[in-house]
Ligand binder design. Structure first.
Ligand code: T1G
Length: 706
C-alpha cells in the first residue's frame, strides 16, 4: 500500500502529512497511517507535540465516499479504521494539533475535533456535509461539535451540511487560532506552545453544553427549518436527533446513538440516491473518447445575441464568471429592456444578501450592451439566444459566420431545434454546438451541451470546461428533438394532462408529484413555462402526429381561450398579481366536456398511479434515449433531471429511482399501462426490457459502458 501519511519532524514537533490527492479523503490506509504516526511520535522521547496537516490543496475532506458505494453493493467497507483513529488521537499523551487549509469536511473535521487543538488559515472552511449524501456525521462529530461550539451552532452545521469559513469556526470555538502566514510553521509554533501541557480531550469538555432551554429551542428550530429546506429527507432529522443526544447523554452513549442513526441512514435509499448524485455530477464531465489531450480553448470574452429572458440571463452568467460579455439587440428599446431586467435581477440579489453592491457593479462593468456587431470579431464565443425560429437562427448563424474570428465557438441556446441544421448555415459546422441553458439561466445549474454531427472534439471539450467556469453542470447530449431533458419532459407532461382529462384535478395530480419530491408539479411547471410554448411547437409538428393515437388536448383548449398559464393569469391554475396559484374552477368542466366528446373514461387515480404514470414515462423515454445514443449514460439523464427539472436529488434521478424500485417492477407496470391505455408510448423500451429480464440495472449498464 503506498505511504499515504508522511512522518517528519521539526526539532521537538512531529509533523504528519496526509498525501492522498486530490482531497486527502480518509481512504483505506490514511487513518492507519495517521495512527502509526501518532504512535511513533508518542514513542519518541525527543518529540513533545504533534501536527497533523494535509498535503496538496486541502486538509482531510472527509471519509472516502466510495467506501459507502462498496457498503451499498455489499462489498465491505466501513468506518472501523476511522473510529479507532479518533480514540488514538484523543488519548495521545502528547498534544495533537490539526493544521487546516482548504476544506475540513465530514470525517476530516471529525478527525480534527478528536485532536486536542485546531488551527487554520483564514481561507479554510469547516463543515459536516454528510446530510447532502443522505447520511449523518458518523465519526462522533455530532457529539464533539456541540462540546466545542454549543448545540445551536452544531445542529445547524450537522442538519444542513453547509460549510462555514475559518473566522466563523474560530469565533464559535471550533478552531483555536487563525494562522497568519505559512500554515505548517504556524502550526508547529502553536504545537510547541502547548507541549508539556495536559492535552484537553474534546469528549470531556462540557462548558458549551449548558442551557437545556436554549438547547431545546435550537433543536426545535432546526426541525422546523429541516422540514422546509430539506423537504422529504430523513438524514437532517437523524442528524438533529444525534446532536440532541449530545447534551442529554454521556459522550459514549451519545456516540452509540449517533452510530445507530448513521447506520439507519446509510442503509436507506436516500443515501444511495444522493451519493449517486454526488459522483454523477462529476462523471458527466468525463466524455468517452475525449481525453485530457484534446485542446481546450480559453474563453476570455463572450458575445451574446439577444437580450430577452434567455439572452439577458446568459449575459449575467458570463459576467458572474468574470468574463467580459457583449449583449446585442436589434432595437434600442429591446436592449434597454434587457439591461433593465439584468439590473433588476442584480438589485434583487443584493436585497436578498446574495451579492454585495460592489460585486454587482463589477459584474455590470463586464457587460457591454450594443446594437452593432462591434467586438463580435474578437469574441472567443458567440452565443445565439433569439426566438425559437429556425429561419431566424439560420440567418443569424450565416451572419456570425462572416464576422466571428477563426476558432471561435458558435453556440446556440435553442431548446429544441436541430443543431445540425443550424450548423449547416455556416461554413464552419465543426465550431457550432448547442448550449441549452435552463430558465432562469442565471439561476438554474443545468447546461445541456448539444453535440452536432460536425461539432469538433475541441469545441466539445471547451464547452465542458466552460460549463465549470460558468458554475454550471454541463451534460453532453445528442441532437434529437428536445435533446434529453425536454424529450423526456414531453411524455411526463402528457401523462399529467391525461390524468386531468380523466377526471383528476390539477391539484391532485401536482400534489402527488410534489409529495413524491418534485420541486413543482408538472401542471404548475407548464403554466410557468407558458402553455403557448408547447401549443406553438405542437402546431409546427402537428403533421407528424399519428392518427388515432391519443394526444393531450386540454392545454391546447386552454390556449385557444387565451389561457397560457402564469403569463395570462390563468392556465391549469389561476394566478394572482403575485403569481400565487389557486384552483382554476373552469378547468375540470373543460376536461369533462372534452373527455365526453373524445370518449375518454373518467376515473380517480391514486397518488401511486399518478407518480408511476408520470415518472415511469420519464424512465421509458430515458431508456430510449440511451439505446438511441442521445444520452451517454443513465447517470447523465439523472443529472439533467436533478439540475434542470427539480427532480429530488435524494431519489437520485429518474433512472436511479427506477433502479431502486427494480427494473422488473417498473417494466411490468409499463406493460400494464400499455394494456390498460393501449397507447403506443407504453411499449417498454427494448433496453429497459432487456435489463429487466437480466435482473440488471441502469447503473450496471453505465458500468458496462465505462
Ligand atoms: N471521497 C471520495 N472522493 C472524493 C471525495 C470524498 N469524500 N471528495 C471529493 N472526491 C473526488 C471527486 O469525486 C472528484 O473525483 C475529485 O475528488 C475532486 O473533487 C465519517 C461519513 C472537497 C469541496 O462530503 O465537497 O466523511 O471526478 O471535483 O470542486 O462522518 O469534492 O476527479 O474522479 O468535487 O475542488 C464527507 C465531498 C464525506 C466532501 C472539493 N465529505 N467533497 O471540491 O473537487 S462522508 C464530503 C466535496 C464522511 C464521516 C462521513 C468536494 C470538495 P474525480 P471535486 P472540488
Amino acid at each position: 500500500m503506498p505511504n499515504l501519511v508522511n512522518y517528519s519532524t521539526d526539532l521537538d514537533v512531529a509533523v504528519l502529512t496526509v498525501e492522498n490527492p486530490p482531497v486527502n479523503a480518509l481512504s483505506p490506509g490514511v487513518p492507519e497511517g495517521i495512527a502509526a504516526g501518532v504512535a511513533q511520535a508518542n514513542a519518541d522521547a525527543a518529540i513533545r507535540a504533534i501536527v497533523l496537516i494535509g498535503g496538496g490543496r486541502t486538509f482531510i475532506a472527509g471519509a472516502d465516499i466510495r467506501e459507502f458505494e462498496k457498503i451499498h453493493a455489499g462489498q465491505g467497507g466501513g468506518l472501523g479504521a476511522i473510529m479507532s483513529l479518533l480514540g488514538e488521537l484523543e488519548n495521545s499523551g502528547k498534544p495533537v494539533v490539526a493544521a487546516i487549509h482548504g476544506t475540513a469536511l465530514g470525517g476530516g473535521l471529525e478527525v480534527a475535533m478528536a485532536c486536542h487543538y485546531r488551527v487554520a488559515v483564514a481561507s479554510a472552511q469547516a463543515g459536516q456535509p454528510e446530510v447532502k449524501l443522505g447520511i449523518i456525521p458518523g465519526g462522533e462529530g455530532t457529539q464533539r461539535l456541540p462540546r466545542l461550539a454549543g448545540v445551536a451552532a452544531a445542529v445547524n452545521l450537522c442538519a444542513f451540511g453547509d460549510p462555514i469559513p475559518a473566522a466563523q469556526a474560530h469565533a464559535a470555538g471550533i478552531f483555536d487560532a487563525i494562522v497568519e502566514g505559512e500554515l505548517r510553521a504556524g502550526a508547529v509554533e502553536f504545537a510547541r506552545s502547548v507541549a508539556g501541557t495536559k492535552p484537553p480531550k474534546t469528549s470531556e469538555r462540557m462548558e458549551k453544553l449548558g442551557d437545556a432551554a436554549a438547547n431545546e429551542a435550537a433543536i426545535a428550530a432546526a426541525r422546523v427549518e429541516a422540514n422546509k429546506r430539506m423537504r422529504g429527507q430523513t438524514a437532517p432529522h437523524a442528524a438533529i436527533d444525534a446532536v440532541d443526544a449530545a447534551w442529554r447523554l454521556p459522550f459514549a452513549d451519545g456516540c452509540k446513538k449517533e452510530a445507530e442513526l448513521f447506520e439507519a441512514c446509510l442503509k436507506g435509499d436516500q443515501s444511495k440516491g444522493l451519493i449517486h448524485a454526488f459522483f454523477g455530477e462529476r462523471t458527466v464531465a468525463k466524455i468517452p473518447g475525449i481525453g485530457k489531450d484534446v485542446p481546450v480553448m480559453p474563453i476570455r470574452s463572450a458575445a451574446v445575441i439577444g437580450a430577452g429572458t434567455m439572452g439577458g440571463g446568459i449575459t449575467m452568467v458570463y459576467a458572474n464568471a468574470g468574463i467580459p460579455v457583449r449583449m446585442k439587440e436589434t432595437t434600442q428599446e429591446a436592449l434597454d429592456k434587457g439591461m433593465a431586467t439584468i439590473r433588476r435581477n442584480y438589485e434583487n440579489s443584493v436585497k436578498r444578501g446574495r451579492f454585495t453592491q460592489e460585486y454587482v457593479e463589477q459584474r455590470l462593468a463586464l457587460i457591454t450592451p450594443q446594437l452593432s456587431w462591434d467586438g463580435f470579431d474578437t469574441a472567443d464565443i458567440v452565443v445565439e439566444a433569439v426566438f425559437e425560429n429556425m429561419e431566424l437562427k439560420k440567418k443569424i448563424f450565416a451572419e456570425i459566420d462572416g464576422i466571428a474570428k477563426a476558432g471561435a465557438v458558435l453556440a446556440s441556446n435553442t431548446s429544441t431545434l436541430d443543431i445540425d441544421a443550424i450548423a449547416a448555415a455556416t461554413k464552419r459546422p465543426e465550431s457550432v454546438i448547442g448550449h441549452h441553458f435552463f430558465s432562469p439561466a442565471n439561476v438554474m445549474r443545468l447546461l445541456e451541451i448539444v453535440r452536432g454531427k460536425a461539432s469538433s472534439d475541441s469545441v466539445i471539450a471547451t464547452s465542458m470546461d466552460l460549463a465549470k467556469k460558468l458554475r454550471k453542470v454541463g451534460v453532453l447530449v445528442g441532437n434529437c428533438r428536445g435533446f434529453v431533458g425536454n424529450r423526456m419532459f414531453g411524455p411526463y407532461c402528457r401523462e399529467s394532462i391525461f390524468l386531468v382529462e380523466e377526471g383528476n384535478t390539477p391539484e391532485r395530480v401536482d400534489g402527488a408529484l410534489y409529495r413524491f419530491g418534485m420541486a413543482m408539479g408538472p401542471l404548475a411547471v407548464q403554466d410557468l413555462a407558458g402553455l403557448d410554448v408547447g401549443w406553438r411547437i405542437r402546431k409546427e409538428y402537428k403533421h407528424l402526429e399519428e392518427a388515432g393515437v391519443r394526444h393531450a388536448e386540454l392545454d391546447s383548449l386552454l390556449c385557444e381561450q387565451g389561457h397560457y398559464g402564469q403569463k395570462t393569469g390563468k392556465g391549469f391554475f389561476v394566478y394572482d398579481a403575485n403569481r400565487k396559484a389557486s384552483p382554476n374552477v373552469e378547468v375540470m368542466g373543460m376536461a369533462a366536456s372534452y373527455a365526453a366528446g373524445a370518449g375518454i373514461g373518467q376515473r380517480e387515480a391514486s397518488d401511486e398511479e399518478i407518480v408511476e404514470r408520470c415518472v415511469y414515462a420519464l424512465v421509458n423515454e430515458g431508456a430510449r434515449l440511451l439505446e438511441e445514443g442521445f444520452a451517454l449514460r443513465s447517470v447523465d439523464i439523472d443529472i439533467v433531471y436533478l439540475n434542470g427539472y427539480g427532480f429530488p436529488a435524494w431519489r437520485g434521478g429518474p433512472m436511479k429511482y427506477a433502479d431502486l424500485v427494480g427494473l422488473g417492477k417498473v417494466c411490468a407496470k409499463i406493460r400494464e399501462f400499455g394494456v390498460r391505455f393501449g397507447h403506443p408510448f407504453w411499449k417498454p423500451a427494448p433496453l429497459l426490457e432487456r435489463l429487466a429480464a437480466e435482473g440488471s440495472s441502469f447503473s450496471a449498464y453505465d458500468r458496462g459502458k465505462a
